[in-house]
Design a protein around this ligand. Structure first.
Ligand SMILES: NC(=O)c1ccc[n+]([C@@H]2O[C@H](COP(=O)([O-])OP(=O)(O)OC[C@H]3O[C@@H](n4cnc5c(N)ncnc54)[C@H](OP(=O)(O)O)[C@@H]3O)[C@@H](O)[C@H]2O)c1
Length: 305
């Protein structure tokens, strides 16, 4: 087995399911929780993953390191892995950057990693963490084929092309569709609930677009857990378009909507998927927590004018 020990940074929702799949196929997932939250530490304790005490130890032992974090942490993770590899003189360590980040962030991660002597492979994951067997892991760049043996471990690797950061560009554009749809529906359903029309409009959507409310439901209810991370993904997409000479209109609006959900749910949010409610319950919760509530910026003073 070419990739026996696989370092996973970190054990979030997706990392947890990678660890389970890899362990079930006979590989040994490793991680390092130094500096991580209680939620991640707890997930690590429940996952079939060996925890090592430092990143240096992890890069010494691993045959491959996979970065599966929030977009805002992707560069930091690549940099830390590069530093740890340089510190222990580990050359040629393959590194899969699997996050939803712009090609520019990916390129910065590549530069860090290669600067530390590692082998960068740009990648992304499309599909649900809980149904990893049906998901796809896209990879691109000159070293992409090196990850083909991961297929033996149940990871559906698809080589996208030669471009060093092509997989990242592909992912953020894809993410724009799923997060965009969830964001649009969140706004519409919040409004419908306010007007006492939630049930009726969901029925009408189902009639006009059979299966759509059911398909979109999971990506709306799970906003209670992941709205902040998805907002970051939309920021990466907007940057990608700007870099390509475009001025996006819808993407920044979706980013704002997702950040507003994260703010509204802060302190109310569940810790785990099992705690998520139905779509109507979720929308009701959004309204209760003040999502999209118009603010009376002027206060009493404003009313007098
Ligand atoms: N969940 C899915 O179904 C799904 C589907 C497709 C793709 N993905 C991709 O998977 C990636 C992760 O998503 P997720 O759902 O697993 O997110 P998540 O549950 O929020 O987990 C993110 C993990 O990253 C860790 N992290 C944050 N900052 C870090 C840092 N500076 N250094 C090291 N680790 C850090 C977090 O630790 P703390 O708890 O300490 O913050 C947490 O363990 C994203 O790129 C996303 O696009 C996820």
């Amino acid at each position: 087995m070419e990739f026996r020990r696989i370092g996973i940074l970190n054990i979030g929702e997706m990392g947890y399911h990678w660890a389970r799949l890899l362990a079930a196929r006979g590989a040994e997932p490793l991680t390092c929780v130094a500096g991580r939250s209680e939620a991640t530490r707890q997930r690590c304790d429940e996952a079939p993953v060996r925890q090592v005490e430092s990143l240096e130890r992890l890069v010494e032992e691993a045959d491959l390191v996979v970065s599966i974090v929030v977009p805002s942490a992707a560069l930091e993770v690549a940099r830390s892995v590069a530093r740890a590899a340089a510190a222990v003189k580990r050359q040629g360590l393959p590194f899969l950057e699997a996050n939803a980040i712009s090609p520019m962030t990916a390129d910065a991660a590549r530069a860090e990693l290669e600067g530390g002597g590692g082998v960068y492979v740009d990648g992304c994951i499309i599909g649900s963490a809980r149904r990893l067997e049906t998901a796809a892991v896209y990879v691109s760049g000159p070293e992409a084929e090196r990850l083909a043996p991961l297929r033996e471990l149940g990871l559906p690797i698809r080589v996208l092309g030669e471009g060093a950061t092509q997989a990242s560009a592909f992912k953020v554009v894809y993410a724009g569709f799923t997060k965009g749809l969830a964001g649009l529906l969140t706004e519409l359903l919040t409004g419908a609930h306010k007007m006492g029309l939630l049930e009726q409009i969901l029925e009408r959507y189902e009639e006009s677009f059979p299966g759509l409310p059911g398909k979109a439901s999971g990506s709306i209810t799970s906003l209670r857990l992941h709205a902040a991370r998805r907002g970051e993904e939309m920021a990466e997409l907007a940057d990608t378009f700007r870099h390509a000479g475009l001025e996006p209109v819808v993407t920044p609006a979706i980013e704002r909507l997702l950040k507003a959900v994260a703010a509204a749910e802060s302190g109310h949010g569940p810790k785990h998927r099992d705690e998520l409610g139905s779509l109507p319950e979720t929308v009701e919760g959004f309204v209760e927590h003040g999502l999209l509530a118009a603010h009376d910026e002027g206060g009493d003073e404003g009313k007098d004018r």
